[in-house]
Design a protein around this ligand. Structure first.
Ligand SMILES: Nc1ncnc2c1ncn2[C@@H]1O[C@H](COP(=O)(O)OP(=O)(O)OP(=O)(O)O)[C@@H](O)[C@H]1O
Length: 265
């Protein structure tokens, strides 16, 4: 289980600052949720954490080592990234996509070992995609692609994993299965999510972004208040607890300002 620490991150494009002074600390197998409306900076932040973009200011550290001091191979041996809507891999099978997860551990011309094959089998099994392993990637549904990408990430046996809206395209059961799976892994996860109820239930810590800034951070209880959700998302909600599990529950009422007027007597 690794630790990802980001301090003072900012990033601009064409002179326009998209992320401002971001701090984030994910450790010890925690699930850290990145929340925020469309365009608030979740994907951009994940790319900085993954080393796919270089911050203008600030640092990203993996177990205390500056990302800049980790070469690509060392990073790939510890960090897996599941991006949104991958559309490559057109002419490969599901199993071949998952095999890519073993690339950082192999020499360029080395064959997969029995050990590699066992890891690939386990990753396919855990993501419930074994029965599709010989199917061609381009024939898969959106949800099956998502699960294949997760299987590839698991085949990497990472210490940390970054996931960008991995529940997109998944039906309710597969959404729950994916998040349940993440809770059982000894992997530190940073995960961009849109569903506030999934975040409430599965995240240990939430970082709420708005216009490229962290506007709240902490446990779901601290962050997911009706006031904050109204101000960030512009939606009136009711926040209470689900009676049987006690998990925080967010009920969407209406976009702020166009709900039913309060009956004043
Ligand atoms: N390379 C770029 N050039 C210009 N603008 C960019 C670039 N990358 C991101 N942006 C802008 O930065 C903002 C944040 O984008 P980002 O994709 O990080 O948001 P997000 O929170 O992941 O959104 P969503 O929930 O819609 O996926 C958006 O306004 C986006 O248009």
């Amino acid at each position: 289980m690794g630790r990802i620490t980001a301090t003072g991150l900012s990033w601009s494009v064409k002179g326009h600052r998209l992320l401002h002074d971001i701090h984030l600390d994910a450790r010890d197998g925690q699930i850290v949720g990145l929340l925020g409306p469309n365009g608030s900076g979740k994907t951009t932040l994940l790319r900085l954490l993954a080393g796919l973009r270089r911050p203008d200011t600030g640092t990203v550290r993996y177990d205390g080592t500056n990302l800049r001091d980790l070469n690509r191979r060392s990073l790939a041996r510890r960090l897996a990234v599941v991006e949104q809507d991958i559309s490559t891999h057109d002419h490969v099978s599901v199993r071949q996509v998952v095999e890519l997860g073993r690339t950082p551990f192999r020499g360029r011309f080395d064959a997969l070992t029995t050990h590699d094959q066992q890891i690939i089998d386990a990753a396919l099994e855990r993501t419930n995609i074994t029965d599709k392993q010989h199917r061609s990637w381009h024939t898969l549904s959106g949800g099956e692609r998502q699960r294949t990408q997760l299987a590839r990430a698991l085949a990497q046996q990472p210490r940390e994993i970054l996931l960008d809206e991995p529940t997109n395209h998944l039906d309710i059961r597969h959404q729950l299965e994916l998040l349940e799976l993440l809770t059982t892994l000894e992997i530190t996860c940073v995960i961009a999510l849109h569903d506030l109820n999934l975040a409430a239930r599965y995240c240990d810590h939430i970082v709420m972004l708005d216009h490229g800034r962290v506007v709240a951070a902490g446990t779901p209880d601290i962050v997911l208040t009706a006031e904050l959700i109204a101000s960030v998302y512009g939606v009136d909600v009711l926040v209470d607890r689900e009676p049987t599990t006690g998990v925080l529950r967010v009920t969407y009422l209406a976009p702020t300002g166009i709900g039913q007027p309060v009956n004043q007597t």
